[in-house]
Design a protein around this ligand. Structure first.
Ligand SMILES: [Zn+2]
Length: 148
C-alpha cells in the first residue's frame, strides 16, 4: 500500500512550487486574476495542450476546469465547482498554512490516492467475476448436468 502512495505522481503536487512549474505555457498573464501563481496557489495543475490550452485540474479533488476568463478568481472557481475539496475549503496558499493544515491536506491526498487505487482494483475484480459467471452459465447450458 505504501508503494501505491509513493508511486503516485500527485504527491509532488502537494508543493505549490511543483504545481507552478506545470504552468509554463499558461495563456494568462501576471495581470490577470487567474495567473499561473494564483492557479498553482489554489491547487491547480495545468493538464492542457496546444489546442486545449486552459485545462487544469486540482491535484487533490481531481476536479477539471477549463474556459477561464481573465477575471476569474481561481479559489472562488475551485470552491464553486468542488465544494467538498479540503484545499478549496481551506482557501490558503501553502506558505500560510499551519503545519497541521498542511498535514490534513496531505492526509486527504493519501486517502484519495488509496481509494482511487481500490476503485480500479475492485472494478477489475468485478470484470473478472462477470466473465467467470458467464463461463459457468455457458457450461451449464451446454452440459448435460443441467438436465439430470
Ligand atoms: Zn480541489
Amino acid at each position: 500500500m505504501e508503494d501505491v502512495v509513493k508511486q503516485s505522481p500527485l504527491l509532488d503536487y502537494l508543493i505549490e512550487e511543483n504545481r507552478r512549474k506545470t504552468f509554463k505555457k499558461w495563456v494568462f498573464s501576471k495581470n490577470n486574476a487567474c495567473n499561473a501563481d494564483k492557479m498553482a496557489e489554489a491547487g491547480f495543475i495545468f493538464v492542457g495542450n496546444r489546442i486545449d490550452n486552459d485545462s487544469v485540474k486540482c491535484f487533490l479533488c481531481n476536479k477539471a476546469l477549463e474556459g477561464w476568463e481573465p477575471t476569474d478568481d481561481p479559489w472562488q472557481e475551485h470552491l464553486k465547482h468542488s465544494p467538498n475539496c479540503a484545499l478549496a475549503k481551506l482557501r490558503k496558499p501553502m506558505m500560510q498554512m499551519t503545519l497541521n493544515e498542511f498535514l490534513d491536506i496531505r492526509n486527504a491526498l493519501i486517502e484519495s490516492v488509496i481509494s482511487s487505487y481500490f476503485d480500479k482494483y475492485i472494478s477489475e475484480i468485478d470484470e473478472k467475476s462477470n466473465k467467470c459467471e458467464k463461463m459457468v452459465a455457458e457450461l451449464i447450458k451446454t452440459n448435460s448436468f443441467a438436465s439430470t
